[in-house]
Design a protein around this ligand. Structure first.
Ligand code: PLP
Length: 395
């Protein structure tokens, strides 16, 4: 009666959501203060005051029929202009409003891009560890095949030998995500340059462009004064998928964009395909009030310094107790090597202490667990002795 595939997908919650719901259930039983829930990537710092101010001002000044009305499908001109000016100022680029298509967060930006690009039987390459929804979007939204490049667990940069093997004549695109969920790694300029070189060379070998989809919801969440290069400067055939969910702490408001640079091969058709994909996916236009709010808050972020403090506290504690992990350089995740080969068994052991961690298998990287530290610093302080006791079980 219904699509079997969709029924199956609808019934099967993501592992992250399962763990989060389990945490809520346990909180009712033993009290929220006794649960150490590191499962979700839901920013815990409030949105900057400017978000609220811009909403109040637009409610007070704009006629309701305009405020709540449809916008043009790619988004409001003034909003797209603000996005272009913001990036040009920060990265020395030369984008125009015509390069931007406003979307319902990064999720819709990526789905729209995948649908715009891939035909059935095409392949889309992802690099482990990767955001688990990619697989779902590649297979079900684009009806393409998801090809996984195994992780370079030394540094969580890209394993280029494996990437070279994974890219074939059927490859339509490669998705990268830096700063990375779940490893917290930020790709170095050398990695971006090598990636560009490999994709240039493969595009030439196969006689068609291999596009890069750069998923950047954590673009501003960088530590130790680090900078992240703007990827279109290195590889012209790049779709940038951005979201304000994390930088402005507004994940429930669903606002982001796809950026199609003028230098891209077939740029005008590429943009048309994005519009076409948005249309058939039924997105119509991204939320109007939050298009305006995002434009009013360009260049600002929530107080992301909290995440760096959390990273330091958590990383230093875990290393002291004998755990191993690559020090996160951005985003708000730490990818811990499980002290036993089966990371799911480790997560189960942690659960006995009401310590909720996410197994790495879903991210294409078994043997590791994700700790999401966009939580109250005080919860990390309380959780550290619990991590210590857990480590002692392995000594
Ligand atoms: N990509 C990555 C790597 C993410 O971590 C997330 C959300 O956590 C998304 C995409 C989806 O972001 P959005 O909330 O903007 O749809």
């Amino acid at each position: 009666m219904f699509s079997d595939q969709m029924v199956e997908l609808g019934k099967k919650r993501s592992t992250i959501r399962e763990i989060f719901e389990y945490g809520n259930k346990r909180a009712k039983e033993v009290g929220r203060e006794n649960i150490f829930d590191f499962s979700l990537g839901n920013p815990n710092v409030p949105a900057p005051r400017s978000v609220t101010d811009s909403l109040i001002s637009m409610i007070q000044t704009e006629p309701a029929e305009i405020l709540h009305g449809y916008t043009s499908a790619p988004g409001m001109d003034s909003v797209r202009q603000a996005m272009a000016e913001d990036l040009n100022k920060r990265f020395g680029t030369k984008f125009r409003k015509e390069n931007f298509y406003m979307t319902v967060g990064a999720a819709a930006a990526i789905c729209t891009t995948l649908r715009a690009l891939a035909e059935p039987e095409d392949e889309v390459v992802v690099i482990a560890p990767f955001f688990p929804e990619y697989k779902c979007w590649i297979e079900h939204t684009a009806k393409a095949k998801c090809v996984v490049v195994p992780a370079d667990t030394e540094s969580f940069q890209i394993c280029f030998d494996a990437l070279s093997h994974a890219v074939t004549s059927r490859t339509k695109a490669v998705i990268v995500n830096s700063p990375n969920n779940p490893s917290g790694t930020v790709y170095s300029e050398e990695t971006i340059q090598r990636l560009a070189d490999v994709l240039e060379q493969k595009s030439e070998e196969f006689g068609h462009p291999i596009f890069l989809i750069s998923d950047e919801p954590y673009r501003e969440i960088l530590y130790d004064g680090r900078q992240y290069p703007f990827v279109t400067k290195y590889y012209k055939n790049t779709f940038v998928c951005y979201s304000y969910s994390k930088s402005l702490s507004v994940p429930g408001e669903r606002i982001g964009y796809v950026l199609v640079p003028d230098e891209m091969e077939g740029a005008s058709d590429a943009f048309a395909a994005i519009c076409g994909a948005g249309r058939i996916l039924g997105y119509v236009n991204a939320p109007g009030m939050f298009q305006r709010a995002a434009a009013a808050c360009t260049g600002q972020t929530a107080d992301i310094s909290v995440y760096e403090k959390n990273r330091n506290l958590l990383y230093d504690g875990l290393v002291k107790y004998g755990y191993f992990c690559v020090k996160p350089q951005g985003a708000f995740y730490l990818f811990l090597k499980a002290p036993e080969a089966d990371e799911k068994a480790f997560c189960e052991r942690a659960k006995k202490y009401d310590l909720l961690l996410v197994p790495g298998s879903d991210f294409g990287c078994p043997g590791y667990v994700r700790i999401s530290y966009c939580v109250k610093t005080e919860m990390i302080e309380r959780a550290l002795p619990v991590f210590e006791r857990l480590a002692e079980e392995y000594h």
